[in-house]
Design a protein around this ligand. Structure first.
Ligand code: AKB
Length: 300
């Protein structure tokens, strides 16, 4: 939100959620994506010309509550696309590496490839990609999107995903000097630091449509690592940091069905995608930001 406000001006970006914001730092609308009328009213009231549709149930929670995940992820997207069709606005939709499955090539996964996900999250993401393509081809809605890997952030807390460990590990390193990881030490997945994710979302929406061969679901990545490797990167700053493993079979099964590394060649070619943060830089920034944030919380 703050990245969009910095770029387009605070008053021009309408935040929305099903939780009221704590501090009023810009225009806000209460919108529940299961209620089409609420989306429609917010879009019309503010003359919205682009929706960043981020509401979704992530992979681990979606396995616990598949019916809710279907309604929120698929229903929420369908209703958003319908509002966009009626009001003529563009839509950014994030897909995920979760849109791939065990029969997808695992290394350097191509942009266009086998997609047979085995999770409810993946089913909604793969179907959502197709729905966005359909709304563009059939109704001319300017839909665009990327397939995000696991996102690492010191602002957004983990929210029920399989890649949450890559955020939790930094918090626990600063707070307790140790972390118990629910994925095995060699589980390799693509990841991205939040500033790169925001850049990807803004850049794909601003891309010259004449250059786009694809529209939705561009593979984007910045790095890939295993829990053992991120622990090693943390130890370069905190030599006493310890990691141990207690595997959660549900999340391990999900992670094992996803690629080890994806190819973002199409995004690089069609809209000049290029990430700024590798594992070393992400680790340095995460630890420094969390040190500041957590010491501020203690003082408060
Ligand atoms: C999750 O783990 O569910 C998400 C994702 C990779 O889409 N972070």
């Amino acid at each position: 939100m703050s990245a969009l406000r910095e770029r387009y001006g605070t008053e021009n970006v309408i935040a929305s959620d099903i939780r009221m914001p704590q501090a009023g730092d810009g225009p806000f609308e209460f919108v529940d994506v299961t209620q089409q009328r609420q989306i429609d009213v917010a879009v019309r009231r503010h003359g919205v010309d682009a929706i960043y549709h981020l509401a979704a149930i992530l992979s681990a929670v979606a396995e616990e509550k598949p019916h809710v995940a279907w309604d929120v992820n698929m229903g929420g997207l369908y209703r958003t696309l319908e509002v966009a069709r009626a009001s003529g606005c563009a839509v950014f939709v994030p897909s995920s590496i979760g849109a791939f499955g065990p029969s997808t090539p695992r290394e350097s996964t191509p942009q266009d490839t086998v997609q047979r996900p085995t999770t409810m999250y993946g089913v909604t993401k793969a179907a959502g990609e197709l729905l966005c393509d359909y709304y563009h081809a059939r109704f001319g809605v300017d839909t665009r999107g990327v397939r995000f890997p696991g996102l690492v952030s010191h602002v957004a807390l983990p929210g029920g995903g399989t890649t949450d460990y890559a955020v939790e590990i930094f918090y626990e390193a600063i707070k307790h000097g140790r972390y118990t990881c629910y994925l095995g030490p060699d589980t390799r997945l693509d990841m991205m630091y939040m500033p790169d994710a925001l850049k990807a979302a803004i850049d794909v929406m601003e891309a010259d449509p004449g250059r786009l061969v694809h529209r939705n679901a561009f593979n984007v990545t910045a790095m890939n690592f295993t829990p053992a490797e991120v622990a090693e990167a943390i130890r370069r700053h905190l030599p006493d940091f310890r990691i141990e493993y207690r595997i959660d079979p549900v999340r391990q099964r999900i992670a094992d069905s996803w690629p080890h590394s994806i190819s973002d060649a199409a995004a690089r070619e069609e809209w000049d995608w290029s990430p700024d943060y590798d594992l070393a830089r992400t680790t340095e920034e995460m630890l420094a930001s969390l040190r500041r944030k957590l010491s501020g919380e203690e003082e408060a």
